[in-house]
Every structure is written in structure tokens, then in C-alpha cells.
Design a protein around this ligand. Structure first.
Ligand SMILES: Cc1cc2nc3c(=O)[nH]c(=O)nc-3n(C[C@H](O)[C@H](O)[C@H](O)COP(=O)(O)OP(=O)(O)OC[C@H]3O[C@@H](n4cnc5c(N)ncnc54)[C@H](O)[C@@H]3O)c2cc1C
Ligand code: FES
Length: 288
């Protein structure tokens, strides 16, 4: 595939996940493009709404499954526009872009996925890739959400709360706002669901820090607290991976919109990231 060209993709299904997020399932119109499209969890595509504009979105389905899926939150002009699309209509997709998570080097280790809010979208790609391939020791998912109504992929999360251990996957959920549905969920899974923030979910958990990697995605405020928790437990900065967001235009390192750092250490979020280690953050000013 030509990385600069956007390809026609048909929306084959739209699912409302919450009042703000919709899940778009897409299939490339050109069969050859559909068959050859591959990516790594953590990579993103640029959605091209022909004549209206473009925006980057993480791939939220795993590369082990087709067709591809994007979870899109309605925030402004373009995302509001795509939320009005119907099944059967077409959009343009270019990419995949970015580095993605280096999962091949994590094989055989524990994966500690820490998601906050919409951060669940890219980490869902890792989660199902890890479950589908069975190449990892144990998968932990710690997911912090505002309330029951904001849980992304709620059916999958509840399924994994019930049956995750059979798939080597240990899921825990923290919610901030108490609603009857949250309380009901907490009663059903008293050791896995609690009122609080995502770092509360680490309590009582033991990891072999020499055989674990943490993969974090969430709102900027979350990183500081999660990283401190992981460092306190002895995880080294090189084993902590974060996926970061910046305003982007080209997505391929040409326009300079997403550049951070100084001449000593400069990074393009679109090209060198969006996945970085905590080591990168320590050496690049303004990365997080
Ligand atoms: C690598 C990457 C992956 C992304 N993955 C997803 C995803 O999986 N799902 C998803 O819903 N969104 C994702 N986003 C964010 C998405 O690109 C923006 O929400 C979108 O561009 C907003 O466009 P808009 O025209 O609707 O909003 P605008 O009218 O441009 O902006 C509306 C509001 O959103 C804020 N905003 C816009 N873009 C960003 C951004 N990149 N980061 C933070 N705030 C922003 C603006 O400051 C403003 O407050 C990702 C962004 C990047 C860079
Ligand atoms: S978005 Fe253009 S250089 Fe990164």
C-alpha cells in the first residue's frame, strides 16, 4: 500500500458504544488493499472525510482479526460529522502510521495494560491480539472509567470479568461516579470492580517486575500517577510504554505539527511514536 494515499473504505457496521463513542467497522473497497492491510497494535490511521478534512484515529481491533475497527469519540467538527454517517457509506483511510507497541519483544512476559477512558481504544487492540496469539505469560487489564455508562466495549469487559482467567487475562475496573449499574456490577465482581481511580486497582496485585511490561493509554493526568505506581513497584522506565496524543496533520513526519523536545532530543509524535517509553519521556522535554 502507498502510505500517502487514502483508500476507499465502506462502513459495514456502526455500533453505539456510549453516548459519545461509536464503533465503526470498515472494509476496504479494493480487495487487494483489504487483504494486504496489516498493522501493529498502537498504530493509527488517518480518516479522510473527502472535502471536509482529516483526523487521526487508533486502530482498536487486533491485527489478528478482520475487518478493521475504529472507536471514534464525538469531540468537534470532523468527529461530529462522521457520527452522522450511515452503514453502507464510504470514507477514505490512509496509513497505518506510527510505531505501535513492540509486542514481539514482550512475548513470554506479563502485559500490564492500564487504560483510562478513551485510552481503552488502542489497548483493546493489544488485549485481543495478546489473547488471540497466546504469546504472553499473563495479561492484566486495569481500566478506569467515569461511570458504567462510559465503559467502552462493555460487553467484552463484562465477558472478561466473568471468563478472563480461562483466557489468561485478569481484568479489573474502577469507576468514579456511583450509579446503580456500577454498584450492581461491583456486587457481582466484588474483587475486580471498585469505586475509585485506576491506580486503586493495583492494590493487592503482585507482578514479577523483571518479566513484565506496562502499556498505558489515557488522559494526560493519569500518566503521572500510574508511572509513579509502577516505578514504586520496581518496574524500570524502559519497561513502561505509553501511547501519546498530539494535534496532527500529515501523520508522516512532514508538516512538523506534532514535534516535541529540543535540538538535543526532538521527536515526531506521529513518526517516532505515538508509543514511547518512560525513558523517552525522561530525555525529551514536553513529551508528557
Ligand atoms: C495518534 C492519535 C490517535 C487517536 N486515536 C483516537 C481514537 O482512537 N479515538 C478517538 O475518538 N480519538 C482519537 N484521537 C483524537 C482525534 O484525532 C480527535 O478527537 C479528532 O481529531 C478531533 O477532530 P474534530 O474535528 O472532531 O475536533 P476539533 O474541532 O478539531 O476539536 C474538538 C476538541 O477536541 C480537542 N482535540 C482535537 N484533536 C485532539 C487530539 N489529537 N488530542 C487531544 N485533543 C484533541 C480540541 O482541542 C478541541 O477541544 C487520536 C489522536 C491521535 C493524535
Ligand atoms: S503530524 Fe505532521 S509531522 Fe507529525
Amino acid at each position: 500500500m502507498n502510505p500517502y494515499q487514502s483508500y476507499d473504505a465502506k462502513i459495514i457496521e456502526i455500533r453505539e458504544l456510549t453516548s459519545r463513542e461509536k464503533l465503526f467497522t470498515l472494509r476496504f473497497t479494493d480487495r487487494e488493499v483489504e487483504e494486504s492491510f496489516t498493522f501493529k497494535p498502537g498504530q493509527f490511521v488517518v480518516v479522510d472525510l473527502r472535502g471536509y478534512g482529516e483526523f487521526p484515529i487508533s486502530l482498536c481491533s487486533p491485527p489478528t482479526r478482520k475487518p478493521i475497527q475504529l472507536c471514534i469519540r464525538r469531540t468537534g467538527r470532523l468527529t461530529r460529522f462522521i457520527h452522522k454517517f450511515s452503514e453502507g457509506e464510504s470514507i477514505g483511510i490512509r496509513g497505518p502510521y506510527g510505531n505501535g507497541f513492540p509486542l514481539e519483544k514482550m512475548e513470554g512476559a506479563n502485559l500490564i495494560l492500564v487504560a483510562g477512558g478513551l485510552g481503552m481504544a488502542p489497548l483493546r487492540s493489544v488485549l485481543w491480539y495478546a489473547i488471540d496469539t497466546g504469546k504472553f505469560e499473563k495479561i492484566y487489564l486495569f481500566y478506569g472509567t467515569k461511570s458504567y455508562e462510559d465503559i467502552l466495549f462493555r460487553d467484552e469487559i463484562i465477558y472478561l470479568l466473568k471468563h478472563g482467567e480461562k483466557l489468561n487475562c485478569h481484568v479489573k475496573l474502577a469507576y468514579e461516579v456511583e450509579t446503580p449499574s456500577c454498584i450492581y456490577l461491583e456486587k457481582g465482581f466484588s474483587e475486580k470492580v471498585c469505586k475509585g481511580v485506576v491506580t486503586d486497582l493495583f492494590r493487592g496485585e503482585e507482578f514479577d517486575v523483571n518479566n513484565s511490561y506496562a502499556l498505558i493509554c489515557g488522559p494526560p493526568v493519569m500518566y503521572k500517577f500510574v508511572i509513579r505506581e509502577l516505578l514504586d513497584r520496581g518496574l524500570s522506565p524502559g519497561r513502561i510504554y505509553m501511547t501519546l496524543e498530539r494535534r496532527m496533520k500529515c501523520g508522516i513526519g512532514k508538516c512538523g505539527h506534532c514535534v516535541v523536545g529540543t535540538s538535543v532530543s526532538m521527536k515526531y509524535i506521529c513518526k517516532d511514536g505515538p508509543v514511547f517509553t518512560y525513558w523517552d519521556a525522561l530525555s525529551t522535554r514536553g513529551l508528557i
